[in-house]
Design a binder for this molecule. Structure first.
Ligand code: ADP
Ligand code: MN
Ligand code: MN
Ligand code: MN
Length: 339
C-alpha cells in the first residue's frame, strides 16, 4: 500500500522563519530513516528562499517520525534546505551550524530542554479574551483549572498526544500566565535533536490548531501592556555541569561577557526588547544577571540545582519566536568554550 510522507522545512520568512510542508506519496516499502528517503525540492521563490529565475531549493531529509495525525504507515519528514549548485546548506539553513557545534563540542555532551510558550489566537485577538475587551488581570490563569480560566485544553491535549505518538521528547505542558497562552517542553536532547523535535512539535501544533480554526502565535509580546510575553526558556547542561557546581557558575558567567550578550540577543528572536522589559518575570534586555531561583534574572540557576550542587542553568532570554537551532548553537559554543 502506498503511504504519505509529509516533507517539512523551515522557510525564509523575515523576520521570523515559518514552517512549510508538502506531501509525497511513496509506493514502496515503509521507510523509517532519513538516509533511505529521496531528496526533493520546492519553489524557493515562493518562500523567500530564491529568485524566480533560479528558484529550485533542495530538501534533504534529516529526521523522520510516524505521522500521528494521519496514522498508519504515514510519516513526517523534517528536511534541511540545500543549494542546487553544490548541495551546500542554504543561507536560511540554521541546522547546519547546530550540527557543526555539536560535532565540535561532542565530548561535553550538551543537553537542552526548551520551554516553548505560545498564544492561541482567534481573529487576531487572544483566544479566550472577550471579543472586544479584556479578561480579568493575570493571576488565576497559570496552571489554572476550570472553564472561566482556561481555553483550548482539548487542542493542547491532542497536541501532547500527537507529540508522544510521534516519539518526540516532549517533557510536559502547562497553561501560562496570560489567558490563551500555553507551554510545552522538549528535552533533554542534544544541540541538534532538540531543534529537530521542537520544529516537529511546532508543525504538529499548527496542524492540529487548523482543525479548530485557531491560529498559533509564537510572537514574543502578542499583547502590549500588563500581559506576560511568550518565551522559549532554554535549559542547558554539559557533562561537567551535571556533576559539578563550579561548572554551573562558569557557564552562567560565560553568557555575561559584553560581546556574548550582544551576539546571543541577536539570535534569540525578533522583538526581544519588547519582551525583556524587566517586568513580567524578565530581566531587561540591556542588563545581564544570574541568580539562584531568580525569575527576574537573565539566567536562573534552579533552586534544586543549587541544593544538589550540580545540574543545569536556565537562559530565560530566548523569545518564543526564536529558532531553536540558532539558540542551541550559540549556547553550545559559548558555554563549551568556557568550560
Ligand atoms: P520551569 O520551572 O522553568 O517552568 P520546566 O519544567 O518548564 O521549567 O522546564 C524544564 C526543562 O528542563 C524540561 O524540558 C527538562 O527536560 C529540562 N531539563 C531538566 N534537566 C536538564 C538538564 N540536566 N539539562 C538540560 N535540560 C534539562
Ligand atoms: Mn516551564
Ligand atoms: Mn513558562
Ligand atoms: Mn522556565
Amino acid at each position: 500500500m502506498a503511504y504519505r510522507a509529509e516533507y517539512i522545512w523551515i522557510d525564509g520568512t523575515e523576520p521570523t522563519a515559518e514552517v512549510r510542508s508538502k506531501t509525497k506519496i511513496i509506493d514502496g516499502p515503509v521507510v523509517k530513516t532519513p538516509a533511505k528517503l529521496s531528496i526533493w525540492g520546492f519553489d524557493g521563490s515562493s518562500t523567500n528562499q530564491a529568485t524566480g529565475d533560479n528558484s529550485d531549493v533542495v530538501l534533504k531529509p534529516v529526521f523522520v517520525c510516524p505521522d500521528p495525525i494521519r496514522g498508519g504507515d504515514n510519516i513526517l519528514v523534517l528536511c534541511e534546505t540545500l543549494l542546487t549548485e553544490d548541495l551546500s546548506p542554504h543561507p536560511t539553513n540554521t541546522r547546519a551550524a547546530a550540527v557543526a557545534a555539536l560535532k565540535k563540542h561532542k565530548k561535553h555532551e550538551p543537553w537542552f530542554g526548551l520551554e516553548q510558550e505560545y498564544t492561541l489566537m482567534k481573529g487576531g485577538w487572544p483566544y479566550g479574551f472577550p471579543t472586544q475587551g479584556f479578561p480579568g488581570p493575570q493571576g488565576p490563569y497559570y496552571c489554572g483549572v476550570g472553564a472561566v480560566k482556561i481555553v483550548g485544553r482539548e487542542l493542547v491535549e491532542r497536541h501532547t498526544t500527537a507529540c508522544m505518538e510521534a516519539g518526540l521528547k516532549i517533557a510536559g505542558t502547562n497553561a501560562e500566565v496570560m489567558p490563551g497562552q500555553w507551554e510545552f517542553q522538549i528535552g533533554p536532547a542534544d544541540t541538534v535533536e532538540v531543534g529537530d523535535h521542537l520544529w516537529m512539535a511546532r508543525y504538529l501544533l499548527y496542524r492540529i490548531a487548523e482543525e479548530y480554526g485557531v491560529e498559533v502565535s509564537i510572537e514574543a509580546k502578542p499583547m502590549k501592556g500588563d500581559w506576560n510575553g511568550a518565551g522559549m526558556h532554554t535549559n542547558f547542561s554539559t557533562k561537567k555541569m551535571r556533576s559539578n557546581y563550579d561548572a554551573i557558575e562558569t557557564a552562567a558567567k560565560s553568557l555575561g561577557g559584553k560581546a556574548k550578550i550582544k551576539e546571543h540577543l541577536a539570535g534569540y528572536g525578533q522583538g526581544i526588547e519588547d519582551r525583556l522589559t524587566g517586568d513580567h518575570e524578565t530581566q531587561r534586555f540591556d542588563k545581564y544577571s544570574y541568580g539562584v531561583s531568580d525569575r527576574g534574572a537573565s539566567v536562573r540557576i534552579p533552586w534544586q540545582v543549587h541544593q544538589d550542587q550540580k545540574g543545569y542553568i536556565e537562559d530565560r532570554r530566548p523569545n518564543a519566536n526564536a529558532d531553536p537551532y540558532v539558540v542551541a548553537t550559540l549556547i553550545t559554543n559559548t558555554v563549551c568554550e568556557a568550560l
